[in-house]
Write a protein that binds this ligand. Structure first.
Ligand SMILES: [Ca+2]
Length: 351
């Protein structure tokens, strides 16, 4: 099954012969009707355990570490099951997998499969914390270039999961998701990437973009990966929910980690990046929306779609029946922050 490349326009050809038709084009600023009810993502707010795959650029900011802490605490509470963690960028020291492993090991989950991005995008940048975490905390991951390829880990985890059961939490670039969609049958599954995704993934919750518009948000609009973003946004066959830059920007968390135990690698990361001065909760909001009581925290927009603009901006357009929505503030940000801080500070189960 072939997936045609995405093109800017108002009709998208998706795999399997399905077409996403961008009908009822709505100009900027017109007819964005925010509904009070999360009408199309009730599954994200359910109380039972959510099967989660975490896709992260854990080497720059500290909020990826905070997001993984939230997911582990939700797993401790029986609200999430962490199926796999994937890196979606390069680190010149090849220590993203080790950092992910150190956090999962601290939380008692050393065996969660980890994959690394082996693709051509994103020149290897440095991290202020990955090497320190790798060298100071217990972990079981090899260097990133010896870690299994992210797409293979994705396919294996999806193939083993029940149909329409998996929620992907994306807190970085969408290059892994692009490669997953275009992946071929392998030993894990005879299905193409597009068919495997359609069969297994219930929802993607992605931190990315700004709503209804932004001048450019890193995850979605970076110069070397905006085409991956547009391809995934246009062709992903199941619902996607976006936590925009504005959602996490208003929620400061992490100051409290100053008082966390020194064996907590998330404390170490926040200390290095912020000096415990607090940091916006961009990635933590995606983790919370995927595994927490979504409707307590946020409303969800009506359906629409995102265009990545030349020069780096992004723009939301309302349109019916497209399985894409974004979070709208509901609970006061300070209150959301208190709940996130409580999750960051809660000791791992059994410690
Ligand atoms: Ca991130």
């Amino acid at each position: 099954m072939k997936i045609e490349g995405a093109k800017i326009g108002f009709e998208r050809r998706a795999g399997g012969g399905q077409t996403l038709r961008m009908r009822n084009f709505v100009p900027l600023g017109a007819a964005l009707i925010f509904c009070a009810a999360a009408f199309c993502f009730p599954e994200a707010a359910r109380a039972e355990s959510v099967k989660v795959i975490f896709d992260t650029d854990m080497c720059g900011d500290c909020d990826d570490a905070g997001a993984l802490a939230v997911l582990n605490k939700m797993a401790d509470a029986g609200r999430a099951e962490l199926l796999a963690c994937l890196a979606n960028t390069h680190d010149k020291d090849k220590a993203i997998a080790a950092t992910i492993s150190a956090i999962n090991t601290y939380y008692g989950r050393p065996d969660v499969p980890i994959g690394a991005y082996h693709g051509p995008l994103h020149p290897a940048g440095g991290s202020t914390y990955d090497v320190k975490v790798r060298d100071e905390f217990p972990h079981s991951a090899p260097p990133d270039d010896q870690t299994p390829d992210a797409v293979g880990v994705y396919r294996k985890a999806l193939a083993a999961a029940p149909d329409r059961s998996v929620v992907i939490v994306s807190t970085g670039f969408l290059c892994n998701l692009h490669e997953l969609l275009e992946s071929k049958a392998d030993t894990a599954s005879t299905l193409s990437g597009w068919d495997l995704t359609r069969q297994k993934v219930k929802l993607v919750v992605a931190m990315g973009g700004g709503y209804p518009q932004s001048a450019g948000e890193c995850n979605f609009s970076s110069a070397d990966c905006w085409r991956d973003t547009q391809f995934v946004l246009d062709n992903w066959p199941t619902p996607m929910l976006f936590s925009g830059f504005e959602i996490g920007s208003g929620i400061t968390t992490g100051k409290c980690l100053k008082d966390a135990p020194d064996v907590d690698p998330v404390k170490r990361i926040y200390g290095i990046v912020t000096g415990f001065g607090g940091r916006p909760s961009w990635d933590l909001t995606a983790a919370l929306a995927a595994t927490g009581d979504l409707n307590r925290y946020w409303d969800v927009s009506p359906s629409g779609y995102v265009r990545i603009l030349p020069g780096g901006g992004d723009q939301w357009y309302s349109a019916p029946d497209l399985q894409r929505s974004y979070l709208i503030p509901k609970m006061p940000p300070a209150e959301v922050g208190k709940e996130l801080d409580a999750l960051l500070m809660a000791p791992p189960k059994g410690r």
